[in-house]
Design a protein around this ligand. Structure first.
Ligand code: SIN
Length: 283
């Protein structure tokens, strides 16, 4: 029997997991080790996992109930799996900017398990950033200020009917996203959270969905958030994952950001994403 091994990526975030076969039965000890590793490393990478949708769902359900993302079009016959697809004739990709999924929800999703089915011959990488190290490398003074602040997150400007993409001439997202009318709610979270698994502190704002700091004027919010984003995007906090069919990235939204690089026009990229329901976040 293979032994589960967890090897840090060597970059600013993430670890590689081996000795586990998602087609087979996974012991409770291994699930517990994977959960703790997720909390410690923020994102876990697995290779050569040629799994069925049923195995993908079954693996995810050992961590939490599945959250069906209301904006992503699901895979036919599998409502629990969101499709992340870009066709050779499409220009826009999904997730092509720094973000943390679901921060617009009151109880943000734990994270997602993204499985690569078809990948372009080159390009289509995903870059991850550690929000642990983004936090830990701030000055004590700024940490103290941030510890008292909360920020508002929204899905309206990304998924709602007034999202800029609907006005862009080259918008070809088409039916890959849906339910714009349900992008109606905002959520407020502490700007520094204590991670529910690891207990470590992490920066919890992101360029995709954070729209302002509670009680601050728009231009004040923008200035501080921009400064934090520049800080968090530094190469020291990053790892760039190269996909192949059967690769998996299992990321934790509370400890990381991610950015799907859109550099493979003319080629197909097809991924299946299963998202895990989460909980309210505390400082
Ligand atoms: C996403 O943001 O969920 C998609 C990430 C990717 O396609 O690499």
């Amino acid at each position: 029997m293979n032994k589960l091994t967890i090897e840090p990526s060597g970059g600013g975030v993430g670890a590689f997991v081996s000795g586990i076969d998602l087609n087979g039965k996974i012991s409770a000890d291994d699930i517990s080790s994977v959960r703790n590793a997720l909390g410690d490393h923020g994102v876990l990478f697995l290779r050569n996992q040629q799994i069925s949708p049923e195995h993908h769902i079954a693996f995810a359900e050992q961590f939490a109930e599945i959250n069906i993302n209301r904006f992503f079009t699901p895979v036919a016959d599998y409502p629990k799996i969101a499709e992340v697809r870009k066709e050779p004739d499409q220009k826009k990709n999904i997730g092509g900017g720094w973000h943390t999924d679901h921060s617009y929800d009151t109880d943000p999703a734990i994270g997602s398990i993204l499985l690569a089915l078809e990948t372009p011959p080159t390009g289509g990488d995903t870059i991850f950033a550690s929000m642990y190290s983004a936090y830990e490398t701030l000055s004590d003074g700024l940490k103290e200020t941030l510890s008292r602040l909360r920020a508002t997150h929204s899905s309206r400007h990304v998924f709602g009917p007034d999202a800029p993409r609907f006005k862009e001439k080259d918008n070809d997202i088409g039916d890959r996203l849906r339910n714009a009318d349900t992008a109606t709610q905002d959520a407020v979270h502490p700007m520094i959270i204590r991670h529910p698994i690891s207990g470590r502190k992490a920066l919890y704002v992101n360029p995709g969905f954070t729209v302002g700091i509670e009680g601050w004027a728009e231009k004040e919010s923008k200035a501080l958030l921009e400064m934090l984003y520049e800080h968090a995007k530094q190469p020291e906090h990053l790892y760039r994952f190269q996909w192949a069919p059967g690769s998996i990235a299992f990321w934790d939204n509370r400890a990381t950001w991610h950015h799907a690089v859109n550099d493979y026009h003319g080629k197909r990229r097809l991924m299946h994403r299963v998202t895990l329901s989460g909980e309210a976040l505390a400082a």
